[in-house]
Design a binder for this molecule. Structure first.
Ligand SMILES: [Zn+2]
Length: 116
């Protein structure tokens, strides 16, 4: 049977749920420690307290980076998969016009407008 071939199938669903709960508890504990540590930090110039999550000082997308995202997306599409591009990249591709705009519109439509 296929169900018996799953890893940990003999342990039963209750045990798998327990492992998932313990994993979730560990993640909650890590996030709590991260928030506590971030609260101890002096705020950055941008106002963010957590330097790990701050994206305020990231440089703007360069043309080379956008080209890389476009080429990667085309490659993934050629493999029959759907690439998920960040919304900033989709916007940059759209602003370029031409074939890049067509690609950006197609990807936007394919993901139902739920870009990240
Ligand atoms: Zn920031």
């Amino acid at each position: 049977m296929i169900d018996d071939e799953r890893p940990g199938a003999e342990a039963g669903p209750l045990s798998a749920g327990t492992d998932a709960c313990q994993g979730n508890a560990a993640i909650r504990q890590q996030l709590s420690r991260l928030r506590t540590a971030a609260a101890r930090c002096v705020p950055l110039d941008c106002g963010c307290r957590d330097p790990w999550r701050c994206t305020c000082t990231e440089p703007p997308l360069s043309e080379v980076v956008v080209d890389g995202w476009r080429d990667s997306a085309v490659h993934i599409l050629s493999a029959g998969l759907l690439p998920r591009l960040p919304i900033e990249v989709l916007r940059a591709l759209y602003r370029r016009g031409g074939r890049d705009r067509v690609l950006a519109e197609m990807l936007h439509d394919a993901i139902g407008g739920e870009a990240t």
